[in-house]
Design a protein around this ligand. Structure first.
Ligand SMILES: CC(C)(COP(=O)(O)OP(=O)(O)OC[C@H]1O[C@@H](n2cnc3c(N)ncnc32)[C@H](O)[C@@H]1OP(=O)(O)O)[C@@H](O)C(=O)NCCC(=O)NCCS
Length: 313
């Protein structure tokens, strides 16, 4: 049973949860699995920087799908790979544990730092990974909102960020540290490097990496907070559903306290006006202010994943 379609079908129940939209019931399960999981795996090796490690343990083939993150590798000076999927066609914990161990031996010899995001539902793989020196770094919650036409919150004065906001927003991103995001929680990165990474991220977002960055625009209030979003319009026709994503945010506790709710509210209107039917976003299970705010604005829990990393550099 080594054919790729057989390997995918043996894991289809768990693999479905690797679709970033698995909690959206209006998104046909069949189209979603095909577009967001199956075709991604089938076409995986056609993409630059992708590699599949094929490991046979006790006569069973295991395939580890890995992407080399060139940007991260250069920025952090750490040879970084992301393990995207693991395929196998059995339910034997010991066998899977051995295959993961062998995979780690290979990437250790290649001096690579590896991380993976695993849905809570993929329990056998989680067990095999955690019994093999992967460390839990972050527990990530995804929230979403639908029925955007019914969104009816009071309005706040915001504007799009421009290049002249860059240095100030980089400062806010650096200062408003979230100790539990992947970069701050993983000891492979120093706190200062993680701060600087987020400053770089907002800089790139303003330069076009994000489709929109909103900041406060209220008289007497400095624009010391931001929220970025991506429309994801390239996927709308293919998926037959319009889903957009809010991405990065920080709010100065000194000068903009309480602005997070206002930015999320205004971004909800903005994305709806751009044509979104659904909006989703991620945070850590620790980020109570964020979860409280989203729930207040009608966002609901979609799914939970775990980020784990392996570092034997
Ligand atoms: C998270 C963050 C954006 C919130 O900024 P803010 O708008 O000033 O948030 P507030 O402190 O006003 O809290 C928002 C709401 O959550 C509530 N809240 C705060 N901490 C809470 C907790 N521990 N439990 C429950 N509710 C909490 C507040 O009472 C407030 O509710 P209210 O509007 O009814 O008064 C800001 O702290 C920040 O930039 N953190 C670092 C970066 C980060 O975590 N970004 C978000 C990544 S997803």
């Amino acid at each position: 049973m080594n054919d790729l379609t057989d390997l995918i079908s043996a894991r289809s129940n768990e693999l479905f949860y690797y679709s970033p939209y698995n909690f959206i019931h209006d998104f046909s399960k069949e189209i979603q699995f095909k577009n967001c999981v199956e075709n991604v795996i089938i076409n995986f090796e056609n993409e630059n920087n992708n590699n599949v490690y094929k490991i046979t343990c006790d006569g069973q083939l295991h395939q580890f799908y890995v992407t080399k993150l060139s940007w991260d590798t250069q920025y952090f000076g750490i040879n970084t790979i992301k393990l995207k999927y693991v395929l196998y066609a059995h339910q034997n914990f010991g066998m899977l544990q051995n295959a993961v161990r062998e995979f780690l031996n290979i990437i250790s010899s290649e001096k690579k730092y590896c991380f993976i995001e695993i849905p809570s539902e993929d329990i056998l793989l989680l067990k095999a990974i955690t019994s093999n020196s992967f460390n839990l770094i972050e527990t990530r919650l995804t929230y979403f909102r639908r029925n955007l036409s019914a969104f009816n919150n009071e309005r706040y004065a915001v504007r799009k960020a421009n290049l002249s906001d860059t240095e100030n927003l980089k400062r806010v991103a650096r200062v408003m540290r979230n100790d539990f995001d992947r970069f701050h929680a993983d000891p492979v990165f120093s706190k200062e490097i993680a701060d600087e990474f987020l400053a770089t991220y907002i800089e790139q977002s303003i330069k076009g990496f994000a489709d929109v960055v909103l900041v406060p625009d209220e008289t007497g209030i400095p624009a010391d907070s931001f929220l970025t979003a991506n429309y994801l319009k390239d996927d709308w026709t293919k998926n037959k559903i319009n889903i957009s994503k809010m991405v990065l945010s920080a709010v100065s506790a000194q000068t903009n306290k309480g602005w997070y709710k206002k930015l999320v509210s205004e971004m909800t209107y903005h994305l709806y006006n751009e044509g979104a039917e659904y909006i989703y976003m991620n945070t850590q299970s620790t980020n109570r202010a964020v979860i409280y705010t989203w729930e207040k604005l009608g966002y609901k829990l979609g799914c939970t994943t775990h980020i784990l990393s392996y570092n034997n550099l």
